[in-house]
Design a binder for this molecule. Structure first.
Ligand SMILES: CC(=O)N[C@H]1[C@@H](OP(=O)(O)OP(=O)(O)OC[C@H]2O[C@@H](n3ccc(=O)[nH]c3=O)[C@H](O)[C@@H]2O)O[C@H](CO)[C@@H](O)[C@@H]1O
Ligand SMILES: C=C(OP(=O)(O)O)C(=O)O
Length: 434
């Protein structure tokens, strides 16, 4: 378990360039399995989860060629499905959530796939029903073996159909889309997830020859084709990283420019931080956040306490609620954070309370933050990062605090943020790997 030491209380000043989006990368990397032709992908973030998925693809037989920083060429010509039976696969696939998205492409192209229970953040139950119900709708047989913990799926022929998903699962929708593009006939997916990650996946598949309409909505129509070809794709900047940097700037009173944000793809993320009183300017496609000594949380129109909650896109992403929560600690005013999707994502507030934050955990889904208005700094402590976003929230708290903090299990942060210490140190942070 690796740790970092953070000396707090130093405002930062400079430019933080967002990396490519982790969750999009995991989808489009899996989509390379859908063709035997070459697929080139740019802006791939150098983070643990993505690197692990690239390793799994390589082990499956995908030829991977690094062209430049963040740019890779993939060719899934000779796939060795026997790898799915090995202990090495069991161990690697169980280490991240995104590995589940090899199922759809392998099923569509080879008629068979299996996967152990995937990993990812331990933030409550993370069911896979939507994935398998969707693939079953396309005609696949599904088995779960409780003895080995493996999910297997097979089909001679996938056939397009109408389906109403039981929930708008992001990775579930991606899996079903990737199976449907090669199914016979037309598939209609209603209640589909429509995050920019899914939109980007669909645009890439269309460039590969897939026929998909309704992209960006929750009603997708896919006409299956015989085969897909190669393409070139560029991953969008990571909207979760952009939101994390906005929160970081506010909490630490820093002046930060985040360049090339693709602001038109950020949905309600900027507006949500603006409602917390954080000033920002859109300079072309850059977001500039001035150093602010105070920021005041808005109320609802009737004067009642503002609630920020998550919802499937275009609602506010659950992955930024931990950042919103930590940012409210030094705001003026009160905020109710309501994490509706995940059951255990707010328990990390204990550590923030130990640092001096005024937070009441109302129940596993809701926390009320009473802003300190920068009248009292947080104090540095030793803490463990429980998941990727809580980890960054703790890092933001530590950077704003008086004194030194140690954050253990920093691997969680490294799952999704590229060289976070190096990038923050370059603009004035004092973070040391221990
Ligand atoms: C690798 C990847 O892309 N991970 C993302 C993906 O995970 P993932 O695809 O695993 O998440 P899902 O969209 O399947 O669901 C996440 C959780 O939200 C619940 N749920 C989902 C939809 C819904 O309408 N109502 C509801 O309550 C689910 O029951 C589940 O507990 O999407 C999540 C939700 O945006 C993000 O947190 C993860 O970062
Ligand atoms: C929950 C997340 O990731 P994963 O689904 O990969 O665990 C996240 O990125 O915040």
């Amino acid at each position: 378990m690796a740790s970092i030491q953070v000396e707090g209380g130093h405002p930062l000043k400079g430019t933080l360039r967002p990396q490519g989006a982790k969750n999009e990368a995991l989808q489009v990397l899996c989509a390379t399995l859908l063709t035997e032709e070459e697929v080139t992908i740019h802006n791939i973030p150098n983070i643990r989860d993505v690197n692990k998925l690239i390793e799994i693809l390589q082990d499956l037989g995908v030829r991977v060629e690094r062209l430049a920083k963040g740019s890779y060429r993939f060719q899934a010509k000779n796939i060795n499905l026997e790898y799915l039976e090995t202990p090495a696969f069991a161990q690697k696939a169980a280490a991240l959530r995104g590995s589940v998205m090899i199922l759809g492409p392998l099923l569509a192209r080879f008629g068979y796939a299996r996967i152990p229970k995937p990993g990812g953040d331990k933030i409550g139950r993370r069911r896979l029903d939507t994935h398998f119900l969707g693939l079953q709708n396309l005609g696949a047989d599904f088995q779960y073996d409780p003895a080995t913990g493996y999910y297997s799926i097979q089909a001679r022929n996938l056939r397009g159909t109408y389906m109403l998903l039981d929930e708008a699962s992001v990775t579930g929708t991606a899996n079903i889309i990737m199976a449907a593009v090669l199914a016979k006939g037309t598939t209609t997916i209603y209640h589909a997830a429509c995050e920019p990650y899914i939109q980007q996946l669909c645009h890439m598949l269309v460039r590969m020859g897939a026929r998909i309409s309704g992209i960006g909505s929750n009603l997708l129509t896919i006409e299956g084709v015989e085969a897909l070809g190669g393409t070139e794709h560029s991953i969008l900047p990571d909207m979760i990283e952009i939101g994390s940097f906005i929160g970081l700037a506010a909490m630490t009173g820093s002046e930060i420019t985040i360049p090339n944000c693709h602001i038109d793809q950020l949905g309600c993320i900027p507006r949500t931080f603006q409602r917390m009183g954080i000033a920002m300017e859109f300079r072309g496609d850059d977001i500039y956040i001035p150093a602010q000594s105070h920021y005041e949380i808005d109320t609802f129109m009737d004067g009642s306490i503002l609630t920020i909650s998550d919802a499937p896109w275009p609602g506010f992403t659950p992955d930024l609620l931990s950042i919103v929560l930590v940012t409210a600690i030094q705001a003026r005013g009160t905020l109710l954070v309501h994490q509706k999707m995940f059951e255990s994502r707010l328990f990390f507030v204990d550590k923030l309370i130990d640092m001096g934050a005024q937070i009441i955990l109302c129940d596993p889904h809701r926390a009320t933050v009473i802003g300190l208005d920068k009248k009292m700094p947080l104090r540095g402590i030793r803490m463990t990062s429980p998941d990727i976003r809580a980890g960054v929230a703790l890092l933001i708290a530590a950077l704003s605090a008086e004194g030194t903090s140690i954050i253990d299990n920093v691997e969680q942060i490294d799952r999704g943020y590229e060289n976070i210490d190096g990038r923050l140190n370059a603009i004035g942070a004092k973070i040391k790997r221990l």
